[in-house]
Design a binder for this molecule. Structure first.
Ligand code: RIB
Ligand code: CA
Length: 292
C-alpha cells in the first residue's frame, strides 16, 4: 500500500471531496493524514471531518494549514460554498499545524507521497521550513498546465508558493488542467450517484447536489484523477518537462510556462514529470466503480 497525505482545499470545487473519497476506497492507498489549505482552513478541516465521519475513518489525522497565500491577497474568512450550518461538531485527533504535520510525517515515513490538490501554500511553507526534508519527499500535485493558455486555480491562487514548489521539490509530478479537463461526469453518472443510499454516498451526494445547485455545471474530476494516478499510473501518459511559474506578468501571472529550447533542442534539466494524456474512459469507469 502506498502511504499518502492529501493536502486539500475541500469546500469550493466538489472534486476535493470526491478525491478524498476515492482515496479512502482505494485498497492500494493508505491515507495517513489530511491537511487543509487556502482561505478558511478551519472550516475546510471541519468539512474533512464530516466526510471522514461518513466514511467511518475518523482515525485519520486532519491538520489545519495556512489560509493566506504567500503574497497574493484573498479573504481568509471566506466561507467555502459547501459549508452548511447543520454539520455536527466533530473533534479531530490532530492538534498539529499542517506544515509541522507534513514535515513530521515526511521524516517518519520516507516513502510517503504528499498529494497536493489545492493551492501550494502549505507545501511551499514546508520547503521553506525544512528544505532538506522536502527534497526527499515525493509530491504529486494537481496543478498547472503543460501548455500555457491560461492559469490553473491551484497555481494562480498562490503563484509564489507554486514557484517555490516547482523550483525546490526534486521528486515532483503534476497532473495538470490539460488532462483533468478531459475527465467529466455525465448527467447519467450524477443521476446514478444520487440514487445510491449508503451513508457514505449520501453525504457525498448531498455535497454534490449543493455544489451543482450553485455552480450549475457537472463535476470535473481534476483531483480524483490525481489520486487515481497514484494507484493506477497506467491511466496517464507522463513526460519529463522543465516548467516555471510566471509570478510577474501583467497578463500572465500564475501561468505555468514550459521551457523548451525550440531553436537548438539542447538537453535541458527537467524539474517535473507532467501528465500529457489520459485514458479518461478507463479512469471514469474506475472512479464510478470504486465509489458508487
Ligand atoms: O484547477 C483545478 C483545481 O482547482 C482543483 O484542485 C479543483 O479542486 C479546483 O479548486
Ligand atoms: Ca482542489
Amino acid at each position: 500500500m502506498r502511504k499518502i497525505i492529501i493536502d486539500t482545499d475541500i469546500g469550493d470545487d466538489i472534486d476535493d471531496a470526491l478525491a478524498i473519497a476515492l482515496a479512502l476506497n482505494s485498497p492500494e492507498l493508505q491515507v495517513i493524514g489530511i491537511t487543509t489549505v487556502y482561505r478558511n482552513t478551519e472550516l475546510r478541516t471541519k468539512l474533512v471531518l464530516q466526510l471522514l465521519r461518513a466514511f467511518e475513518r475518523l482515525d485519520i489525522p486532519v491538520a489545519t494549514g495556512i489560509g493566506a497565500p504567500l503574497l497574493a491577497k484573498t479573504d481568509v474568512q471566506n466561507i467555502p460554498c459547501q459549508w452548511l450550518d447543520d454539520y455536527h461538531d466533530i473533534q479531530g485527533n490532530c492538534s498539529r499545524h499542517a506544515v509541522d504535520f507534513l514535515l513530521e510525517q515526511a521524516e517518519a515515513h520516507p516513502d510517503v507521497t504528499i498529494v497536493a490538490i489545492g493551492p501550494l501554500t502549505n507545501i511551499a511553507a514546508a520547503v521553506r521550513k525544512a528544505p532538506e526534508t522536502m527534497k526527499r519527499v515525493k509530491v504529486v500535485m494537481m496543478a498547472g498546465m503543460h501548455s500555457t493558455y491560461y492559469p490553473e486555480w491551484n497555481v494562480v491562487c498562490d503563484p509564489e508558493a507554486a514557484r517555490i514548489v516547482f523550483e525546490s521539490v526534486l521528486d515532483l509530478t503534476m497532473v495538470g488542467l490539460d488532462v483533468t479537463l478531459q475527465c467529466r461526469l455525465t448527467e447519467a453518472d450524477v443521476a446514478h450517484i444520487k440514487k445510491m443510499a449508503s451513508s457514505r454516498v449520501s453525504f457525498l451526494s448531498r455535497l454534490l447536489t449543493q455544489w451543482m445547485d450553485s455552480s450549475k455545471h457537472l463535476p470535473i474530476l481534476h483531483d480524483p484523477l490525481t489520486i487515481a494516478y497514484i494507484s493506477h499510473p497506467e491511466l496517464l501518459k507522463m513526460e519529463p518537462k522543465r516548467i516555471a511559474v510566471e509570478c510577474q506578468g501583467e497578463f500572465t501571472r500564475g501561468m505555468t510556462v514550459v521551457q523548451q529550447d525550440v531553436f537548438f533542442n539542447r538537453p535541458q534539466e527537467n524539474n517535473v514529470l507532467a501528465a500529457t494524456a489520459v485514458d479518461s474512459k478507463s479512469f471514469i469507469d474506475l472512479f464510478m466503480q470504486r465509489l458508487f
